[in-house]
Design a protein around this ligand. Structure first.
Ligand code: ZN
Length: 146
C-alpha cells in the first residue's frame, strides 16, 4: 500500500485557502441564519395566538435577530457559525494524493506499545490518518511547522 507523509503547512498557498475557507464558512453561516429566520418566523405566526408570558419573551428574543446575517452581533453570528462548522466538518475530502477522485476516510493510528502521552507533543500519534477509498493512498500528519 502506498504511503506518503505530508507535513502540515506545506500546502501551496495556506493563506488563500484560509481566506476561502472563512468566506465559505460565513456564506454557510448566512444560509443557516436564513433557515433559522424562516423557521422562527413561521412558528411565530402560530405563537402570537398563544397568550403566554413565556411565549412572549421567546418571540421578543427571536425578533431581535430577525435581520440579515451581516447585521447580527458577533456573538449571534457565532451560533450560526457553529452550524456552518458542522457542515464543513462533515464534507467529504477528495483524495489530495493522486487526485484520483476517491474520498478520504479517517482511520485512527495504532499507538506504539511504548507510547507515553507526556512525551509526544507533536500530535502525530494522536491524529487520525486519512485513507483514500479509491487508490488507498494514506495522508498522514507528521508535525506542526514551527
Ligand atoms: Zn486516491
Amino acid at each position: 500500500m502506498l504511503r506518503r507523509r505530508v507535513i502540515a503547512g506545506s500546502t501551496p498557498a495556506p493563506s488563500i485557502m484560509k481566506k476561502n475557507y472563512n468566506k465559505l464558512r460565513e456564506f454557510l453561516a448566512d444560509i443557516e441564519h436564513e433557515q433559522w429566520m424562516s423557521f422562527t418566523t413561521s412558528i411565530a405566526k402560530e405563537l402570537v395566538l398563544v397568550d403566554d408570558v413565556v411565549v412572549d419573551s421567546i418571540l421578543e428574543r427571536w425578533q431581535k435577530n430577525w435581520k440579515p446575517y451581516k447585521k447580527l452581533s458577533e456573538d449571534i453570528k457565532d451560533k450560526d457559525r457553529e452550524w456552518a462548522d458542522k457542515i464543513l466538518d462533515s464534507l467529504p475530502i477528495r483524495c489530495p494524493i493522486y487526485q484520483c477522485g476517491g474520498f478520504m476516510a479517517t482511520k485512527e493510528r495504532k499507538l506504539p506499545k511504548d507510547f507515553i502521552e507526556g512525551e509526544h507533543y507533536h500530535g502525530d500519534d494522536q491524529t487520525p490518518d486519512l485513507i483514500c477509498d479509491n487508490c488507498g493512498g494514506i495522508y498522514q500528519f507528521v508535525r506542526f511547522k514551527k
